[in-house]
Write a protein that binds this ligand. Structure first.
Ligand code: NI
Length: 254
């Protein structure tokens, strides 16, 4: 049993074969898929899809790239969507200083506003980070005990992983761990505490090595689980079990 904790199958890239993609995930043992919104349109798309499929769940949120689009109206829509039974987290939200598509101050403001909502609704968060740990971790530390979530597509070193775990966060490991040159990532994946590990695809992006450069999809989360099992000297069944348990306890989907 495997859970893809981060997928974007509401996007156009899946318009032609979305049902087949969901079916392939089932056949690969992927029992649950969390569909992640990153702006208003993709959040609405995630909720609609989750609404129509038993084993799909959704998140809503404004990505740092589009932080300037987080108007009061959009915030209100997110609040309404958070009451939907299939919406189980806020995200992806965070900071991105690599592409800097919104100015850092506006990114921080949008992040804080959405953290306030997450606290108010007692919802976990999906955190997007790129080159911004120096700002993200202090913000999360300042709310330690108030907020839980996952640092998705984690690419930091062991020290940052340990700091993130100490403040109560889970670590999402994706396809990058399967790349031969991702040595540091592999060390991190071998050391994440068992009760904080999650697996993800971030599809359609970041396909694992055997499909690198092609469109990614939830069934490929199996390759991520296999690689982590190898790194931790355990079986894929064990990785499936611990990551699925972690998912259900973090997102309260039982
Ligand atoms: Ni994503």
């Amino acid at each position: 049993m495997l859970i893809d904790s981060h997928a974007h199958i509401q996007l156009n890239q899946f318009n032609k074969d979305r049902d087949a993609v969901i079916e392939r995930a089932h056949e690969a043992g992927v029992t649950t898929i969390l569909i992640i919104g990153f702006d208003l349109e993709t959040s609405l798309g995630a909720v609609e899809l989750a609404d129509n499929h038993e084993n799909l769940f959704a998140t809503v949120g404004m990505h740092p790239h589009d932080a300037k689009k987080l108007t009061p109206d959009v915030l209100n829509t997110f609040r309404e969507l958070l009451n939907h039974p299939k919406v189980i987290a806020l995200g992806e939200i965070g900071l991105d200083y690599y592409r800097n598509l919104s100015p850092p101050d506006i990114q921080k403001d949008a992040f804080e506003k959405q953290l306030d909502i997450a606290e108010e609704f007692e919802m976990p968060i999906i955190v997007h980070n790129r080159d911004a740990y120096m700002d993200i971790l202090p913000i999360l530390e300042s709310r330690q005990g108030q907020i839980q979530g996952v640092l998705h597509c984690f690419t930091g070193d062991v020290e940052l992983m340990q700091r993130s775990v100490e403040i109560g966060f889970h670590i999402g490991i994706g396809g990058i761990v399967t790349y031969p040159n991702a040595k540091e990532m592999q060390v991190v994946a071998s050391k994440v505490p068992s009760d904080r590990l999650l697996i993800e695809t971030d599809c359609p992006w970041l396909a694992p090595q055997f499909r690198r450069g092609k469109r990614n999809e939830p069934s490929y989360v199996r390759a991520v689980a296999e690689k982590i099992a190898e790194l931790r000297n355990t079986s894929i069944e064990t990785i499936g079990e611990i990551t699925s348990n972690n998912f259900r306890s973090l997102f309260a989907t039982d």
